[in-house]
Design a binder for this molecule. Sequence first.
Ligand SMILES: [Zn+2]
Length: 209
Amino acid sequence: MKTFISILFVLIFQLTVVAQTQEQRIREFELQREASERQAYKALLDSAILLSQQGEYLLADSKFRQLLRTTKSVPSDLVYHFGENSFYLGNFKQSVDWLNKYIQLKGTTGQYSAQAVERLKSAEEELMKERLVESKQAGQVLSQDYDIDCGPTGKVTCPVCKGSTVIIKKGYVSDTYKTCPYCHKLGYLGCEDYNLLLKGQLQPSTTKP
Ligand SMILES: [Zn+2]
């Protein structure tokens, strides 16, 4: 009986050891996998940075985006270089956003802090220029929004037939003549019709030539 109990103890001990080494192996395997994932990530990041430095901004951009898709916590190197690359792509809003993030993250002591501050300044300047152009476009004054004063006569020579009341179409054999559909054989337009014509809203008369 005594022997049996000691054998049982030895068995239990051995089983525990086996279980422990198995657990250790799984942990080691996990660590290895994480390490190789980190390595692959770092390699992709390095190649993206290199492409950006070589002026291949579009290619670099697609790699940066790939990296951003596969990670939840973005490494600061990626934050800076994505901001820098966005500047060269003319994507100034995106550039300002990421460079600001880098400066918030690293302050003035980060590896790229000096460059980030410098680049952020130019990106903000470019962004401001863009916004100025946009606001000018939004505030553009177009003539079609206004009625044109036709002067004291209230009449304007018909711009379609140039006052001739006929429109001549050049043909191979002979020319065809057609009555101007806008000025009712007058050769001129009243001011109201003239303004409608300028806006493309004057309906041509459907009378046959
Ligand atoms: Zn006419």
